[in-house]
Design a protein. Structure first.
Length: 266
C-alpha cells in the first residue's frame, strides 16, 4: 500500500526491480490480480507493477468522487511512480485501463517508453455521444448500487462484446474473482471514469510520438474498427489483431498476447 494524497493505492510489484518495469492498468470490474497469469510469464524479463485503480480491488479513496475521474487518477498514478522512484517505464492498459493509459501517454509522454493498449479507445468524439453515454453509465451505476452484484456481473458479461469470453471454460472463475470488488465503489468509478465522462483524446493522437501497440481480438469488431482508425491518425501506432480472442485478449489467448507484448517491448 502507498498513500498518495487522497489515494491509498494497493498494488503488486515483482521483486526484480533492476529489470525494465511495466505498469499494468486493469479494466472495469477487474483488479490488479487480473494480470497475475501475464505477470507470471513476463516476470523473468520484466518488473511488473499492477495497480488496483480507484473503485477497484483494495485501493481506497478518501476524497470526493472527483478523485475517481481520469485526470485525477492519472496524476495520482504519476505520483505513485514518483514515490516508487520509477522515472520511466513501459505501460500496458486493458479496456478502461487502456483508455487511462492512452490519457497518461498523451499527458505525461516523458514517463513512458512504449505503450500497449488492449481493446482501448480515445473516448467519444462528440458532446452528443458523450452525453448519451454518460446517461447510460449513470443508469448502469444505479443498477450496481441497487441490484444483486453477481446478477449484475452476469448481465454485464452477457453483452455481445464479451460473447467469446463468456464461452471460455474459465468464465465462472472470472466471475468469482470479480465478486471481490465493492459494487458501490465500482459505481463511483463508472460515473467518473466511464467512457461518457472521459475527455475525447481523438484530436491529440496525431501529436503522440510514443510507440503504441494497439491490440484487438479477432472477434471484437467494434474495437478492431476503433483501433484501425487510431492507427490511421497516429503515425507512432501499430495495430495487431489477435486470433482466437474477443475483447479480453489477455484472458482468451494469453500465450499469443504475451508473445506479442514481449516482442514489442524488446
Amino acid at each position: 500500500m502507498n498513500t498518495i494524497k487522497n489515494y491509498q493505492f494497493h498494488y503488486s510489484l515483482t521483486d526484480n526491480t533492476n529489470q525494465p518495469i511495466i505498469l499494468l492498468l486493469h479494466g472495469f470490474t477487474c483488479d490488479c490480480q487480473d494480470f497475475d497469469p501475464i505477470i507470471s510469464l513476463l516476470s523473468q524479463s520484466y518488473c511488473c507493477l499492477a495497480v488496483d485503480l480507484p473503485g477497484h480491488g483494495k485501493t481506497k479513496v478518501s476524497g470526493d468522487e472527483t478523485c475517481y475521474n481520469m485526470s485525477n487518477t492519472a496524476q495520482a498514478l504519476i505520483h505513485l511512480l514518483d514515490d516508487l522512484q520509477i522515472n520511466k517505464c513501459f505501460l500496458l492498459g486493458y479496456s478502461m485501463g487502456g483508455r487511462l493509459a492512452l490519457y497518461m501517454t498523451l499527458h505525461f509522454p516523458d514517463r513512458f517508453e512504449k505503450v500497449v493498449l488492449e481493446s482501448a479507445s480515445p473516448g467519444l468524439k462528440t458532446e452528443k455521444e458523450r452525453s448519451h453515454r454518460m446517461e447510460s453509465d449513470l443508469q448502469i451505476a444505479q443498477k450496481l448500487e441497487n441490484s444483486n452484484f453477481k446478477e449484475f456481473l452476469l448481465t454485464w458479461y452477457d453483452r455481445p462484446l464479451f460473447q467469446s469470453l463468456k464461452n471460455s471454460p474459465n468464465f465462472a472463475r472470472l466471475i468469482e474473482t470479480r465478486l471481490a470488488n465493492n459494487p458501490i465503489e465500482l459505481a463511483k468509478s463508472l460515473r467518473n471514469m466511464g467512457t461518457g465522462n472521459q475527455p475525447s483524446l481523438w484530436e491529440k493522437l496525431a501529436q503522440n510520438q510514443i510507440p503504441l501497440l494497439l491490440l484487438a481480438g479477432e472477434y471484437d469488431d467494434k474495437f478492431k474498427t476503433i483501433n484501425a482508425e487510431i492507427a490511421s491518425l497516429c503515425p507512432a501506432a501499430s495495430l495487431k489483431i489477435i486470433s482466437k480472442a474477443g475483447h479480453n485478449v489477455h484472458f482468451e489467448n494469453i500465450d499469443k498476447f504475451v508473445a506479442v507484448v514481449r516482442k514489442f517491448y524488446d
